[in-house]
Design a protein around this ligand. Structure first.
Ligand code: ADP
Ligand code: MG
Length: 258
C-alpha cells in the first residue's frame, strides 16, 4: 500500500477537502483506497457521511490502544473507498502518546503489511505535533495543499524543515510528491503573485493543476458527500480529477497501476 500524508500545519488551507476528493477520485479510477482521518475535528469523517455516533473504532484506538487495523476500517458510500474515522478523543492522543514507547511510529506499525488497499491518504491536523509526526513516519510521501495567500511560503519553509528532520531521524525515504495550490481565485491579483512566487521557489514540485475556489467544494461536506459525487461536473470536482491524474503520474513506476 502506497501511503500519502496530506499535511500543512496551517488550518483552513484545503487539506481535508483535498484528502476527501483525491481519495474519491482514486477510488473512482479503480484504486482500493483508504482514507485515515487523523484530525480530532473529524471533518474528513463527517464529509464522507460517517456520523459521529457510528464511529465505533477510530484512529485514536489505532494509535493509543493499538487495536488491529481491520477493526477500525469502515466502508463509505463510495465504492472502493474506506475510512478510518476520527473522534474528538484524538486530541488527547497528542499528550497520551508522549509517554509511550515508539510514540512516533504507532501509525507506521499499524499500517505495516496491510494488503487490503492499494493506496492510503492521511488527513493531518493543523499542527506539527505527534499526530502529524505519526503520519509522516508512516507515509511514503507527502502532499502539501497550499493556499495562495501572503504567508503561504513562510509556513511552507517550516514544514519543509520538519520533513528534513524526519528524513534524518525517522524516515529517510519520505518524499514530497507535490504541492497543490488550493482556493485559487483568478480574479485576485495576490493569488497570481503568490502562485508565481511559489512556482519560482519550488519549481516542478508544484502541481500544474490548481484547485479553484469553488462553492460546490465547500457545500458538499454538509451533505456528507465528496464534491466529486455531489456535483461531479463543477470546476472543483474537475480540478480534483485532474490533480489525481497528475498525482498518479508522479507515482514510482511500480505503483502506476492499482
Ligand atoms: P483544512 O483541512 O486544511 O483545515 P479544509 O479542507 O477544511 O482545510 O478547508 C477549509 C474551508 O475552506 C472549508 O470550509 C472548506 O469547505 C473550504 N474550502 C476548501 N477548499 C476550497 C475551495 N477550493 N473552494 C472553496 N472552498 C474551499
Ligand atoms: Mg482539515
Amino acid at each position: 500500500m502506497f501511503v500519502i500524508a496530506i499535511a500543512n500545519q496551517k488550518g483552513g488551507v484545503g487539506k481535508t477537502t483535498t484528502a476527501i476528493n483525491i481519495a474519491t477520485a482514486m477510488a473512482a479510477t479503480g484504486w482500493r483506497t483508504l482514507l485515515i482521518d487523523l484530525d480530532p475535528q473529524g471533518n474528513a469523517s463527517t464529509g464522507l457521511g460517517v456520523r459521529a455516533e457510528s464511529r465505533r473504532v477510530s484512529s485514536y484506538d489505532l494509535l493509543v490502544d493499538e487495536v488491529p487495523l481491520a477493526s477500525a476500517i469502515v466502508p463509505t458510500s463510495i465504492p472502493r473507498l474506506d475510512l478510518i474515522p476520527a473522534t474528538v478523543d484524538l486530541s488527547g492522543a497528542e499528550i497520551e502518546l508522549v509517554a509511550v514507547e515508539g510514540r512516533t511510529h504507532r501509525l507506521d506499525k499499524a499500517l505495516a503489511n496491510h494488503a487490503g488497499h492499494d493506496i492510503c491518504f492521511i488527513d493531518c491536523p493543523p499542527s506539527l505535533g505527534l499526530l502529524t509526526l505519526n503520519a509522516l513516519c508512516a507515509a511514503d510521501t507527502l502532499l502539501v495543499p497550499l493556499q495562495c495567500e501572503f504567508f503561504a511560503l513562510e509556513g511552507l519553509s517550516q514544514l519543509l524543515q520538519t520533513v528534513d528532520q524526519i528524513q534524518q531521524r525517522f524516515n529517510p525515504d519520505l518524499g514530497i510528491i507535490g504541492v497543490a495550490l488550493t482556493m485559487y481565485d483568478r480574479r485576485n491579483r495576490l493569488t497570481d503573485q503568490v502562485s508565481d512566487d511559489v512556482r519560482d521557489c519550488l519549481g516542478k514540485l508544484v502541481f500544474e493543476t490548481v484547485i479553484p475556489r469553488n462553492v460546490r467544494l465547500s457545500e458538499a461536506p454538509s451533505h456528507g458527500l465528496p464534491a466529486l459525487i455531489y456535483d461531479q461536473h463543477c470546476t472543483g470536482s474537475r480540478a480534483y480529477m485532474a490533480l489525481a491524474r497528475e498525482l498518479i503520474g508522479r507515482f514510482p513506476a511500480e505503483r502506476q497501476a492499482a
